[in-house]
Design a protein. Structure first.
Length: 326
């Protein structure tokens, strides 16, 4: 008897085949979730940050990591994990984001942040805001509740207020430490931007970054952190990246997107692509800093060309690390 497949069977089966081919590749070792965070990179040496300070930084990084992990374990999404993890780091005065942000040349705090999700390439960013308590949450609202990608200054604050986010007096961001560092302009500039990248159990990637920028920056200067493709990038086909370092170089070399592009077009592994961009291209150009990243299979990279980068990661497999120096 002649066998044939009916049109209706084909109509049902073909979309199923296409759908399953488009799903992120699952390897046996692919973890359920991965979270990587950074708290900035710089050229401070082991002597510049004493043991007690190192302990304090590590404790805060650990705490931040567990906030994100808890959300991921309970089935939360990558964006939810990134928001709450970065909110914690923004509220912690040790880091250069939210409270504890560095000062501009004329003594203000101007904050930048961005978020990107890898499955639809949607993104949101704020730049140069002076009174939004948690800039990463404003970036997320711009992504989810507006038609725009980036808003700056007063307009961004107005939007954040309309979205019910907490607005604070600009004196909230003041910390004695950052004020002193403006006065002294540290000989080895200390960075402290925060970032978080996540692969969640749904196979989705996202990246977020939040910063006060660079100490002594000129009024109105915007760095790489709120710029999609420079300081933040996520794409489910490749990886999610958050950068930290001398922003002007990260913008000119579109660092985050460049790493993703090397993976996409040259089939490079995440680690190789990060190495080429951070330790080759950036070093040759004189750009200092680093990145954290996770790829679609759960591999991570924490690559930097400075002495140190505050960093930590955790995987559902139980692997975990909190580190500062190389
Ligand atoms: N990349 C940030 C900026 O240039 C600073 C940093 O990461 O430390 O604004």
């Amino acid at each position: 008897m002649k066998k044939f497949i009916s049109y209706s069977t084909l109509i049902l089966v073909i979309p199923l085949i296409i759908f399953s081919c488009n799903q992120p590749q699952t390897t046996i070792t692919k973890p359920d979730y991965v979270i990587v965070i950074h708290g900035g990179a710089g050229n401070a040496s082991n002597q510049d940050i004493n043991e007690e300070e190192q302990k304090e930084y590590k404790e805060k990084l650990s705490e931040a990591l567990s906030i994100g992990e808890e959300i991921l374990i309970n089935g939360g999404t990558c964006v939810e994990a990134i928001e709450k993890t970065i909110n914690f780091l923004e509220d912690c005065p040790l880091f250069n984001a939210g409270k504890g942000a560095v000062f501009t040349h004329d003594g203000h705090n101007e904050l930048d942040a961005s978020i990107m999700q890898g499955w639809d390439l949607n993104a949101g960013a704020v730049a140069g805001v002076r009174n939004i308590k948690n800039p990463i949450s404003a970036a997320i609202k711009i992504m989810s509740e507006s038609k725009h990608v980036m808003m700056s200054g007063n307009g961004a604050s107005q939007f954040a207020k309309e979205q019910g986010l907490e607005i604070v007096d600009s004196s909230y961001f003041f910390t004695e430490n950052r004020w002193k560092s403006l006065q002294n302009i540290l000989k080895s500039e200390k960075h402290g931007t925060v970032g978080c990248v996540v692969l969640d159990k749904y196979g989705n990637l996202a990246a977020g970054t939040s910063t006060g920028g660079m100490t002594n920056k000129k009024y109105g200067r915007i760095g790489d952190s709120p710029i999609i493709g420079a300081g933040t990038y996520a794409n489910n086909n490749t990886c999610a990246i958050s950068a930290t370092g001398h922003g002007e170089f990260f913008i000119r070399y579109t660092v985050a997107h460049d790493i993703s592009a090397l993976m996409e077009y040259k089939n490079m592994s995440l680690e190789d692509a990060a190495n080429v961009v951070i330790n080759d291209k950036l070093v040759n150009a004189g750009g200092t800093g680093g990145i954290i990243a996770v790829d679609k299979n759960g591999n991570i990279s924490m690559t930097f060309n400075t002495n140190m980068m505050f960093r930590a990661y955790a995987k559902s497999t139980g692997e975990k690390e909190v580190a500062i120096f190389k």
